[in-house]
Design a protein around this ligand. Sequence first.
Ligand code: SAM
Ligand code: SF4
Ligand code: SF4
Length: 375
Amino acid sequence: MKAFALGRVIPLVEVSVADSAEQGFTGRDVTAADLPLRDTRSRPLRDLRISVTDRCNFRCIYCMPKDVFGKDYAFLPRHELLSFEEIERVARVFVGLGVEKIRLTGGEPLLRKDLEHLVARLATLRTPQGADVDLTLTTNGSLLGRKAQALRDAGMKRITVSLDAIDEAVFQQMNGVGFSALAVLQGIDAALRAGFAPVKVNMVVKRGVNDAQILPMATHFRGTGVEVRFIEFMDVGASNGWNMESVMPSSEVLNIINASFPLVATRRNTPSDTSVQYRFADGQGKIGVISSVTQPFCGGCTRLRLSSDGHLYTCLFDSRGVDIRNPMRNGRSDGALRQLITDLWMKRADRYSERRGENGVAHARSKVEMSFIGG
Ligand code: SAM
Ligand code: SF4
Ligand code: SF4
């Protein structure tokens, strides 16, 4: 059991391979006929989100509020983090098991030194069918001006930048450290200049804090080719003081935008897409809404998350992860890692958001922080 910040214990139980056996894992070898791996609800394993650091230079009020993540907060020491070699190895095993899409995240992923070196390694991965892996990154954009070209040169093709307001005062309140919206906008420009396509922008909407920025954000990015995705504020972690009143349902977001710029619904690209897209009727581009609270999409959830200290989480709302770092460091073969992942995925039954939707309240249980496993 590992305890983080004083008084705000986030229990993360380490489950070793030996524990796994006790939990009745199958121990059966995976063959090509087993791919893609399917969980108990027949959802394939397709997406891997890799957190490369638990640290961040922002203190967004909905993610790492500064009264919880203060200067005494115990972040992971360096030796606990997976090295780039270890991340590449785990990613390769996942791709061999049917993963087609990898998203780097954090914490703030661009704080991890030389991240482009990891990108270059991951860009060489190929699916069993010989296709490129869809490799992307979610960043707060603060270091993007400096890093965009190196990331693009290393083989990353698309990118998502988080920006919760255009207005300086509102954005600086949201990010908790007074970081300037203009600097993030400059980072987005740098990504466009470097040739990222598409560039997407994530805006978390918190009612009463930044909802007046919905229209300014839609207006700013209309006609630029950048798609803004409006995200419902979620009850991730145990720190952000979530309640249903602070959630602005996507239906309201759409009404606000539609009143000024008529929207036309488009079809979801794949069942695992988190975002539902709408296009501006006058052809000036698209927006998206991510309705994790009011219209949960657990039924199409094909995502697994790897924390920066090498634990696997099959749901954003998990309270514990399964350790893959120590098996790796203790000399387990790739075959053993494949089996660990297979057993974990095949017994997966997660549907947290659907269950929350059934009673409208967050479940009272300990949950890992989003900054720890990434969005
Ligand atoms: N630091 C990077 C960033 O902010 O883009 C990557 C990590 S962050 C945890 C990933 C995404 O999760 C961001 O787009 C962020 O806005 C979103 N996020 C964090 N906390 C959230 C919450 N409580 N509800 C909804 N989205 C959240
Ligand atoms: Fe940092 Fe991203 Fe969380 Fe904001 S959302 S605190 S930028 S990890
Ligand atoms: Fe996937 Fe869990 Fe989110 Fe449902 S609640 S969509 S299972 S991560």
